[in-house]
Design a protein around this ligand. Structure first.
Ligand SMILES: [Zn+2]
Length: 424
C-alpha cells in the first residue's frame, strides 16, 4: 500500500543537509532544517531521534531513515550490522572459501575489511528484521535502504559455513529477467539466487514493520555503477561507464515502494576520468538510457523513483534544467544538494502528471496539473507546442511570466536543453 505523502513527494533532501542532524544529542538543532533554509519538503532523511520525528511530523514532513543490509566490517558495532570479528560466518563466501569484500572495500573509504552479508543466511535475515523493527518502533515513516544493488554468489552452504534458506530449486521456474539487473549477461553483484533471497528478506522486513506501523515505506538505492580504485595517475575512485543496461528486477519491486536512481545523468569529471581531479559537471551515458531508466514497467503504479544527479561545483544552470526536466518525464522525485545547480528545484511543485510523456519530433514533453516540462535531447534546435492548460505560467528558466493567448505556447528548445513552466 503506497502512502499519499510518497505519491505526492516531488523533492527530498536525503543527502543535502549535515549527516549528524538528529544523530546525537547536542548536534545541529532540528529547527535548522525544518525552519532554516528548507522549503516544505515532504520527505527527508534523518536518524530517528524523537524530537526530530515529532517536529517533522508536526510540519507535514515524513521521516525516512537510512539503513543498509549490504555489508559489515570486522569492527561493526553490532547488533546490526554484526561484527564480522565475532560472526565471520555471516559473510558471503566465494567458491574458494574467501569472504566476499564489498564494492567499497577497494576505495578510499576506510572499508578495507568490509564484506558482503549473505542475505540467504537465516541469522542475517533475523538480524536485518530486528534492526528494521527497532527503527520502525521509533515512529519514523520508512527506511531508505542503501546499497540494495545485489550480491555476488555465496558458497557458504556448500562450504558448510552457514545454512541457506533458499536454493536454486526455489528459483527454477522464474525467468532471469524477473530476478537479475542484467538478465542477458553476467555482471558483478547480480546473483539471481542472492537477489531472490534478498527479496525474501525484504518481504520479511515488510511484514514485521507493517505490524508496527501500517503504511511504513521501503525505498532502496538499487544503483550500482561499478567503480574501481585507480592508482595512477591519481589514487582515487573512478567509475567505469558500463555499456550494459541495468534495470531493477521485479523480484525486488514486489517489496519496494520506491528506488533511487543514483548518479542520474551527470557526475563530477573526477569520477569519470582517472587523470582528473576536477569537479566540473559531465554528462554520461546516452540520454535515451536515462529516460528509459525512469520509465517504470507496467504494473508498478504508485511506486516512485528518486533521482540523484551528482552536479559538480561549476553551477551549470542549463544542465540543471536539462536534467530536472528529464527526471520529470518519469515523474521522479528530485534529490540534490541545495548548494549545487539543481538546488533551485528543491521544493518546486508541479503537481500530479496529467498524462504520460508525449513526443513532438525529437523533443519530449509532459504536463502536470500545475505546470509542464519539455526536453530536447537532440543536437539541433526543436520547435514544440506546449499545452499548459493555464492562462499564465512562469517560465522558470527565463524567470518571466508567459501569458497565453490560447492555451498553446510555441517554444524553441535549444539543443540538449530543458524547460520548466509553473502554472500561476
Ligand atoms: Zn550464504
Amino acid at each position: 500500500m503506497s502512502q499519499p505523502w510518497l505519491e505526492l513527494a516531488e523533492s527530498t533532501h536525503c543527502f543535502g543537509f549535515p549527516y549528524e542532524i538528529g544523530r546525537q544529542e547536542g548536534s545541529t538543532p532540528v529547527e535548522t532544517f525544518v525552519n532554516g533554509d528548507f522549503p516544505p519538503l515532504r520527505f527527508i532523511r534523518a536518524a530517528p531521534q524523537p524530537a526530530v520525528i515529532e517536529t517533522a511530523h508536526r510540519r507535514g514532513i515524513a521521516v525516512v531513515s537510512y539503513q543498509t543490509f549490504y555489508g559489515a566490517k570486522l569492527d561493526s558495532p553490532g547488533p546490526w550490522p554484526p561484527s564480522l570479528a565475532e560472526r565471520p560466518e555471516l559473510a558471503i563466501f566465494d567458491r574458494r572459501g574467501v569472504r566476499q569484500r564489498t564494492i567499497f572495500a577497494d576505495g578510499a573509504y576506510g572499508l578495507e575489511d568490509q564484506c558482503e552479508l549473505c542475505p540467504n543466511c537465516p541469522e542475517v535475515v533475523e538480524g536485518a528484521v530486528a534492526a528494521a523493527v527497532e527503527m520502525a518502533a521509533t515512529g519514523i515513516d520508512g527506511l531508505f535502504l542503501d546499497c540494495a544493488f545485489g550480491y555476488n554468489p555465496c558458497h557458504g552452504e556448500a562450504l558448510r559455513v552457514h545454512d541457506h534458506l533458499y536454493s536454486e530449486k526455489d528459483i527454477a521456474g522464474i525467468p532471469a529477467r524477473e530476478l537479475k539487473f542484467t538478465p542477458d549477461i553476467d555482471t558483478p553483484n547480480d546473483d539471481a539466487l542472492g537477489l531472490y533471497a534478498f527479496a525474501q528478506l525484504l518481504r520479511r522486513v515488510r511484514q514485521a514493520v507493517e505490524a508496527i506501523k501500517p503504511g511504513f515505506v521501503l525505498i532502496a538505492n538499487t544503483c550500482c555503477w561499478p567503480f574501481r580504485y585507480s592508482r595512477a595517475p591519481l589514487r582515487k575512485t573512478v567509475l567505469f561507464a558500463p555499456s550494459w543496461r541495468r534495470r531493477t528486477p521485479r523480484v525486488l519491486w514486489a517489496t519496494l515502494d520506491g528506488e533511487m536512481v543514483e548518479s542520474f545523468m551527470v557526475l563530477p569529471r573526477k569520477l569519470l576520468d582517472p587523470a582528473s581531479d576536477e569537479l566540473t559537471t559531465q554528462r554520461w551515458q546516452p540520454w535515451d538510457e536515462w529516460r528509459a531508466s525512469i520509465t517504470l514497467p507496467a504494473g508498478l503504479a504508485g511506486k516512485r523513483q528518486i533521482v540523484l544527479p551528482y552536479f559538480g561545483t561549476d553551477g551549470d544552470r542549463d544542465m540543471a534544467f536539462f536534467v530536472y526536466a528529464t527526471a520529470k518525464l518519469g515523474d521522479a522525485i528530485w534529490e540534490t544538494s541545495r548548494r549545487t545547480a539543481g538546488g533551485e528545484f528543491i521544493g518546486l511543485e508541479l503537481g500530479r502528471p496529467l498524462a504520460p510523456p508525449e513526443t513532438q519530433g525529437a523533443a519530449w514533453l509532459r504536463r502536470f496539473d500545475r505546470g509542464a516540462v519539455a526536453v530536447n535531447p537532440a543536437e539541433q534546435v526543436a520547435e514544440v507546442e506546449v499545452n499548459l492548460a493555464a492562462p499564465e505560467a512562469m517560465d522558470l528558466y527565463a524567470k518571466e511570466i508567459v501569458s497565453l493567448p490560447g492555451e498553446r505556447l510555441r517554444v524553441s528548445l535549444p539543443a540538449r536543453s530543458g524547460k520548466i513552466w509553473q502554472a500561476l
